[in-house]
Design a protein around this ligand. Structure first.
Ligand SMILES: Nc1nc2c(ncn2[C@@H]2O[C@H](COP(=O)(O)OP(=O)(O)OP(=O)(O)O)[C@@H](O)[C@H]2O)c(=O)[nH]1
Ligand SMILES: [Mg+2]
Length: 206
């Protein structure tokens, strides 16, 4: 896109994606955002995406989402912790077959809560990837983590996604493991971030 083709937008928000390494975060984001990327990102990759969102304003509101896709590899963790301070909202990923991915997701949630201020708490979308199945213990731990995320936070959602080509499906959960939607567009968790960032900003202004 050259400068004359640049789209107009009303708000720009930074969405940070974090979580354990090698669980498919980049694969999901690249697929959901329609980014054709042969190579796996190293360290941090940056994507932009426009979302039109329904707001009380009669004119539609266009959000420019900057999505920062951080590697969960140990040697890059300092990057995400340094940058996370500038985020409007966070996508925190875990793997439904991997207990340690929940510990790592919880560390990120604790970090976000400590570093980004508690009044109001920044929105978090928890996203589980179930490419290889679902483990009962992980399901329970994820429900507990989501409860922690919801505490004193207005904008939080829990999604589960598969990145397998033949079943790219998004599940939206409410209370413990209760599925409320199973037919959402594939970019629903990212759109939820953009919407939460908008409403979080508007509510802070009034
Ligand atoms: N990024 C990416 N990975 C793919 C794709 N197709 C298959 N993979 C494989 O999917 C696995 C998960 O890769 P990623 O999505 O890059 O994992 P990640 O969670 O982003 O890992 P880190 O960036 O190290 O934190 C790897 O083994 C990749 O080789 C694709 O189109 N994009
Ligand atoms: Mg990655």
């Amino acid at each position: 896109m050259n400068s004359s083709e640049k789209k107009r937008y009303d708000y720009l928000f930074k969405i940070f994606s974090v979580g354990k390494s090698e669980i498919g975060k980049s694969k999901y984001l690249q697929t959901a955002l329609g980014i054709d990327q042969e190579k796996k990102p190293i360290g941090v990759e940056h994507y932009v995406h426009y979302f039109d969102i329904a707001t009380p304003d009669p004119e539609k509101t266009t959000i420019l989402a900057q999505i920062w896709d951080f590697s969960g590899k140990k040697r890059f963790q300092c990057l995400s912790s340094k940058f996370v301070m500038g985020s409007s909202t966070n996508l925190v990923f875990y793997d439904l077959m991997d207990v340690t991915s929940i510990d790592i997701a919880k560390d990120y949630v604790d970090f976000i809560d400590t570093k980004l201020g508690i009044d109001p708490r920044k929105p978090i979308m928890l996203v589980g990837i179930y490419d290889n199945g679902k483990n009962e213990q992980v399901i329970e731990l994820a429900d507990n983590l989501f409860e922690q995320i919801q505490e004193n936070r207005e904008y939080a959602e829990h999604f589960q996604v598969s990145t397998n080509k033949d079943q790219q499906k998004i599940l939206h959960l409410s209370g413990p493991s209760e599925i409320v939607h199973s037919d959402l567009p594939y970019d629903a968790p990212i759109r939820a971030c953009a919407e939460a960032a908008y409403f979080d900003k508007i509510s802070a202004e009034v």
